[in-house]
Design a protein around this ligand. Structure first.
Ligand SMILES: Cc1cc2nc3c(=O)[nH]c(=O)nc-3n(C[C@H](O)[C@H](O)[C@H](O)COP(=O)(O)O)c2cc1C
Length: 396
């Protein structure tokens, strides 16, 4: 039997196969952050489709960390009934669900959160959000760490099977980890150990707020692709080793930041017209040039985080690795599993197009996903519309 359909445990939870739905912001929550019917339908389909673990879109743990208009919230107890409904829907249909806990850091807007976005350092404006963040005080840092803990408690209370901490893509935890974003010289910066401290403290707090053995995963970038050096694969390998020692239950490897290198997060086509729609009229001429310049430079390479994963896998010991980014053909997925480069195959865009993908692969009906990486789903995020496969015109 193909390794793809063999079970594997993470913490005390057994996953029925090696397919994972990587966290995908849905654009389907209410503006308050509450779960509604459209989200329930999406998760119902995914669970029916046979993926072993559905990692939710990033959920904001604190009102200062909301990154998208229709993002799910886990920042207050009022969110729990909707989150419970989400977990129950997945369980009823035979699946398991991880809640991805996140703080947007500087990758948000004043309009969305009603204050200047926060970051480890007040480093200059970026080309996407045009934000100069406010440097977090010691009190801000403690408050956010506590809010991750409270969110973890809510996740367990709502019935999530797993928690994933979002430490990738330029959001707050990634910002602390990265020498490009973190210029602090006190105990939260200045050295690799100090830049790692925020994630370490979040992890410690989260562990105290969930039952013993509750699986905790981390999603981390292996390369920030920032104009000056941020996280590199070798730094990511050091962080990975420290995380394994701290007893995490799995590490998912991704890359890129939303503010400096979003086309590295999601390689493939550059959906120029769709991305331009999100810009104010006076930004469109410059946007057309800047976004247009990206076209053709980010062609999707199968498994584009594989080389970094090969560097990181040996330091992880028995801690499972989740590989995401451009996993598209079944033979390649089998090969990387058999060669021991990864333990799980994570995908995002392919499941937007085909929630029933795993079932079809199991039945031998497909050897390659249909997603063409047009990235119109990614453009939907910045246009504040729900994410569907707009390439197929779905849904009507
Ligand atoms: C529409 C969309 C929303 C995403 N939202 C998230 C998110 O909430 N959290 C996260 O960690 N990654 C998010 N990602 C990144 C994916 O999880 C994944 O890392 C990336 O798309 C590469 O995988 P793929 O080639 O299988 O799509 C998102 C990607 C897309 C296309």
């Amino acid at each position: 039997m193909s390794l793809l359909f063999t079970p594997r445990k993470i913490g005390n939870v057994e996953l029925q196969n090696r397919f994972v739905n990587s966290a995908t912001y849905e654009g389907m929550a209410k503006e308050t952050g509450a779960v509604g019917d459209e989200l329930i339908k999406r998760y119902e389909k995914l669970a029916k489709g046979g993926v072993s673990l559905i990692i939710s879109g990033h959920m904001f743990v604190h009102s200062s960390g909301k990154a998208n208009k229709y993002q799910i919230g886990i920042h207050s107890d009022e969110m729990i009934p909707g989150l419970k409904r989400l977990a129950e829907t997945v369980h009823r249909n035979g699946g398991k669900i991880a809640f991805q806990l996140a703080h947007g850091g500087r990758q948000t807007t004043k309009d969305l959160i009603g204050q200047t976005p926060l970051g480890p350092s007040a480093k200059g404006r970026d080309p996407v959000y045009f934000i100069k963040p406010r440097e977090m005080t010691e009190d801000d840092i403690i408050e956010v760490i506590l809010s991750f803990g409270e969110a973890a408690k809510r996740a367990a209370a709502a019935g999530a099977d797993v928690i994933q901490l979002h430490a990738a893509h330029g959001f707050l935890i990634n910002e602390f980890l990265s020498p490009f974003f973190n210029h602090r010289t006190n105990s939260w910066g200045g050295s690799e150990e100090n830049r790692f401290r925020f994630l370490k403290e979040v992890l410690r707090k989260v562990k105290t707020m969930v039952p013993e053995g509750f699986p905790i995963l981390i999603k981390m970038s292996t390369n920030d692709y920032t104009p000056k050096q941020g996280i590199t694969p070798s730094l990511a390998a050091r962080y990975a080793g420290w995380l394994a020692k701290l007893g995490i239950d799995g590490l998912e490897l991704s890359c890129g930041t939303m503010n400096y290198s979003y086309m590295n997060v999601c390689r493939g086509d550059v959906p120029l017209n769709e991305l331009l729609k999100s810009l104010a009229w006076w930004k469109k001429p410059m946007g057309r040039i800047m976004i247009g310049n990206l076209a053709g430079k980010y062609d999707l390479e199968e498994g584009y985080n594989l080389e970094a994963a090969k560097m990181i896998k040996p330091v992880l010991g028995n801690t499972p690795l989740f590989l995401v980014g451009g996993m598209r053909t079944v033979s390649h997925m089998e090969e990387v599993l058999e060669n021991g480069h990864t333990d799980f195959i994570s995908m995002s865009r392919p499941f937007i197009r085909e929630p029933f993908l795993v079932k079809k692969i199991k039945e031998g009906k497909m050897d390659k996903v249909s997603c063409v990486s047009c990235n119109k789903c990614m453009a939907a995020v910045v246009n504040d519309i729900p994410i569907y496969c707009y390439s197929t015109g779905f849904p009507k």
